[in-house]
Design a protein around this ligand. Structure first.
Ligand code: ATP
Ligand code: MG
Length: 672
């Protein structure tokens, strides 16, 4: 083993080291936040490679593409050189890649395109309309809900009836209609040669039901390692077991106290039942030392999670002494909350804490709006993760739809979108054009259709572009699509200039991928949060604050962390306060948020917040009380304070003593 590796291993504690050096029997590392699970996993990969394992025979499954590249970078650091781990990524991305390879033997076309959740919901809506399911029924679930039910059925490996009973009891009356709808949805996807996110896991899992295929795929990898295993679902556990029935070379790490994805059918039982799942006996390693947070932060986090009804991992200890108690800050409203965050952030920057070392976390993406406004006002740069993604912007979707349709003429959602970019073509017209579609694909259907009224030259240029795209090589396609779309975008959007910048950015991102297929696949599966997420900030030394949903903050850490809206109705969200299980998941979310902090933690409780009813109207201000997850008996773990704008925070805005005035005397004087 190289000296460099052994030096890196010297940093590890005995348990971490045991996990790193463990042999081939199935290995489960289960431990709390910040105990070095991800670090241990990276060191294990480095150790394996140093001992001669072939990096191309290692499968590394992570929660996001970013997490995969961070881990590969860590592995490179330990080995003091670049390491390529070609099979590293999310379950979905790896699934897409394997399915393209396996396509000829599993009866699918390898040229499939992938629908993101909003495309899938659109297709669900389209199918419902064509089928006439429950037409006019006002209470029938919306297309997004239909998709969520379908997704639950697939990912939890359940019947429609069970999924409805477990998670959508208010939709139970529609079981028969939903079954018909789902059957037609599946048929539509197959006809169009598109896969949705759920297909990527389901097809992979089904393929692995065939022993010969499972053996073939399993034999490609000597090691399979999974981070954040607590957030995998039934299909993912099935895939793992089928590839490696004896568990040889399988390592999973996770923390049951951080399981926060059950709304996507993640099942914490996967990690708890892992030791029983495999033919060979599992080695269990628990880690008890936290290296991330100071004592007071860890104690407060432990106090919050101690109130959970069920938990497997033990409390952690830390040696990171010093630092004050986490702050529990009461402010008047969300506007005051925003100024508090801005002032603290600036004050910390004065002290030398870079903005990228500070994060603002929130339960729901729209909670950050007032903070975003405040940051913009004060010229504090930030990047937001989670919530509305860059790819959800209309112009970005347009641009990708053009490429997707060129790739797969059968992709109706992509065609529908592209056609409607042409002036004079609305939904009905676009649908009629698509109905005439035959095997000549996108180009054929456009060529054979008379130019719609009002289309002008956009129709001819569309024809030309689709023709050119047939012969284009990557990344030339990007240029062709941008050239056609540019003028249409200028007419469509008032802020076309900003959007043009985004399209140019997409072209730059695209040119870093090897092919149109890999670009479209990767971008659809793990969309960048903003253009800067994918390509890094414009300048290397740019400093920016992190805004993130708690879900997207998984696995990460920052010196200073601010958690917004720690009040009932927001945390727990009133959407999640239904069943005990949902409530427990909300508690774990707060725990995940708190344990992201290394040095400073602020939980903020506005006394009122703006309550949006998700499309139901009736938005209003409501008065709020401190989250029930911070009950009175654990308050001593916090420093409680009230803050109002103008007060400043320590060190930043010393405005001196306020002038003394005697209003009582003035009131008396008014009439004397
Ligand atoms: P989470 O549950 O939040 O994903 P984790 O268990 O994966 O956390 P890591 O992110 O791997 O924890 O590690 C947390 C921090 O502790 C990192 O900064 C890491 O470098 C540091 N760390 C882990 N182990 C050690 C160690 N033995 N010595 C020093 N620092 C360590
Ligand atoms: Mg981790």
């Amino acid at each position: 083993m190289s000296r460099i590796i052994s030096a890196a291993l010297d940093d590890l504690n005995a348990e971490q080291r045991a996990a790193v050096e463990h042999g081939l029997e199935p290995l489960l590392v289960i431990a709390g936040a910040g105990s070095g699970k991800t670090k241990t996993l990276s060191c294990r990969v480095a150790h394996l490679v140093a001992q001669g394992a072939d990096p191309s025979r290692i499968l590394l499954l992570t929660f996001s593409r970013r997490a995969a590249s961070e881990m590969i970078a860590r592995i490179g650091n330990v080995m003091a050189g670049d390491v390529r781990i070609p099979w590293a990524g999310t379950f979905h991305a790896i699934g897409a890649r394997l399915l393209r390879e396996l396509a000829p033997v599993i009866g699918i076309d390898p040229e499939f395109t992938i629908h993101d959740r909003s495309d899938s919901a659109d297709l669900m809506g389209m199918v419902r309309q064509e089928l006439g399911v429950a037409t006019g029924a006002k209470r029938f679930p919306m297309k997004g809900t239909c998709l969520a039910i379908y997704s639950r059925v697939v990912n939890a490996d359940e019947s429609v009836a069970d999924a409805l009973a477990a998670a959508f009891p208010w939709c139970r009356e529609w079981e028969a209609e939903l079954k018909r709808l789902f059957a037609a949805y599946v048929e539509a996807k197959q006809k169009q040669n598109v896969l949705d996110y759920d297909d990527l896991l389901w097809l992979w899992a089904e393929a692995m039901n065939e022993p010969a295929l499972a053996r073939e795929v399993g034999a490609r990898f000597d090691h399979v390692l999974v981070d954040e295993y607590q957030d995998t679902n039934k299909l993912q556990a099935r895939i793992l077991l089928a590839m490696k029935p004896d568990g040889q070379g399988v390592t999973v790490v996770g923390d049951d106290a951080q399981s926060i994805y059950s709304f996507r059918a993640a099942d914490v039982r996967n990690i708890l039942e892992f030791p029983k799942a495999y033919a060979r006996e599992t080695r269990l390693v628990t880690l008890e030392q936290n290296y991330r947070s100071t004592v007071p932060i860890l104690e407060a986090s432990n106090a919050v999670i101690d109130l959970a009804q069920e938990r497997f991992t033990k409390n952690l200890r830390t040696t990171r002494s010093g630092g004050g108690a986490p702050k529990l800050v009461s402010v008047r409203d969300e506007v005051a909350q925003a100024s508090y965050v801005a002032e603290c952030v600036l004050e910390a920057r004065e002290r030398g804490v870079a903005l990228t070392q500070q994060a603002v976390l929130f339960r729901a993406a729209d909670f950050s709006a007032p903070v975003e406004l405040e940051l913009a006002k004060r010229d504090i740069p930030f990047v937001k993760f989670g919530g509305l993604k860059f790819l959800e912007a209309a112009h970005v979707k347009d641009f990708l739809a053009i490429l997707r349709w060129a790739q797969n003429g059968g992709d109706r959602i992509a065609g529908f979108r592209t056609l409607q970019l042409v002036p004079g073509v609305g939904p009905a017209k676009a649908a009629r054009i698509l109905d005439a579609m035959d095997e000549t694909g996108a180009y054929g259907v456009v060529r054979n259709t008379a130019p719609p009224a009002g289309a002008g030259e956009a129709w001819d240029t569309l024809k030309g572009m689709l023709d050119d795209l047939r012969g284009a090589t990557w990344p030339g396609d990007l240029e062709l699509a941008a050239r056609w779309y540019g003028p249409l975008m200028n007419e469509r959007y008032e802020d076309a200039r900003v959007r043009t910048g985004d399209v140019e950015q997409l072209q730059r991102i695209g040119s870093t991928f090897g092919s149109r297929t890999s670009f479209l696949t990767e971008l659809t599966l793990d969309p960048p949060n903003s253009t800067s997420d994918e390509s890094g900030p414009a300048h290397k030394d740019d400093d920016y604050l992190i805004l993130s949903t708690i879900h997207s903050a998984k696995g990460q850490e920052w010196k200073n962390v601010f958690v917004l809206n720690v009040v009932d109705g927001c945390m727990p969200s009133d959407l999640g306060a239904g069943s005990t299980a949902e409530l427990e998941e909300e508690r774990r979310l707060l725990y995940v948020a708190m344990t992201r902090a290394k040095d400073e933690l602020h939980l903020i409780t506005p006394q009122r917040f703006y309550h949006t009813q998700q499309g139901k109207g009736g938005d209003k201000h409501v008065y709020a009380i401190r989250s029930r997850f911070v009950p009175t008996n654990i308050l001593p773990k916090f420093e409680q304070m009230a803050w109002a704008p103008g007060e400043g925070v320590d060190g930043v805005q010393d405005r001196g003593p306020l002038p003394k005035i005697d209003l009582a005397a003035r009131a008396r004087g008014r009439f004397s």
